[in-house]
Design a binder for this molecule. Sequence first.
Ligand SMILES: Nc1ncnc2c1ncn2[C@@H]1O[C@H](COP(=O)(O)OP(=O)(O)OP(=O)(O)O)[C@@H](O)[C@H]1O
Ligand SMILES: [Mg+2]
Length: 261
Amino acid sequence: MLETRDLGVRFGGHAAVQAVSCRFTPGTLTAIVGPNGAGKTTYFNLISGQIKATTGEVWLSGQNLSGLSAAARTRAGLGRAFQLTNLFPNLSVRENVRLAVQATREGAHRRGLNFWSVWLDHADLGARTDALLEAVAMTRQADAPVASLPHGDQRKLEVALLMALEPQVYLFDEPTAGMSHDEAPVILNLIRALKRDPSKTILLVEHKLDVVRELADRIIVLHNGELVADGDPATVMASPVVQAAYLGKSASGSEPAREGH
Ligand SMILES: Nc1ncnc2c1ncn2[C@@H]1O[C@H](COP(=O)(O)OP(=O)(O)OP(=O)(O)O)[C@@H](O)[C@H]1O
Ligand SMILES: [Mg+2]
């Protein structure tokens, strides 16, 4: 179980995320929606430890992660898509994925798996790497240096690296943004497959409402950094607060949020 308690951050005078208390249970995909600038990415950054909270706490499986670095939170089971700046740009796609798989397996070793299982894991490194490349449809680009990849392939690689970590919690921030019509279904199929694992907790920030409707078990809505709605998709999408805050159907006639980047 992932939980945020009164989680918030101020940038100067601006409260980007305000006292968000929420629990996310394994086996559930929660979509996080809200207008541009609502605080969705910032909320993820607070959970993953990319930025330091001004208020509140983050708990995972009974452990208070609040004081921990982003790297320590990753080791605790929080999976946030890699920043491409963390990669080795001159190494190939395959080499980068292999390094991520290897780091994860060595982490498992330190967590107390025995020698033989580690040896078997190593024998399995190449196979696991190939399976991940295949899962994101990047077998063809496996030998290309990461620095040379077009944008859509970079995003797919981010997802492959996140999968390599085998985290308990997956944080997907607009995973198909900027992808072509051929590429997006590859990623959505992966998320669909992940959903079948009842031990995984998935959080998905997504502007495309058709994707949200299809994948989400639950929707939470952020608006001006505050949690303004939380519930099952049909109820949340129909609620007046969402119609006003997200879809822009307010009396003031504000513009709807644009979909995607
Ligand atoms: N590092 C930062 N320093 C100062 N202000 C920031 C920082 N990061 C985000 N903000 C501000 O915090 C608010 C929330 O931004 P955030 O990126 O979390 O929104 P979002 O919901 O992810 O929007 P989008 O849908 O456009 O991705 C915005 O007003 C943004 O300008
Ligand atoms: Mg964002």
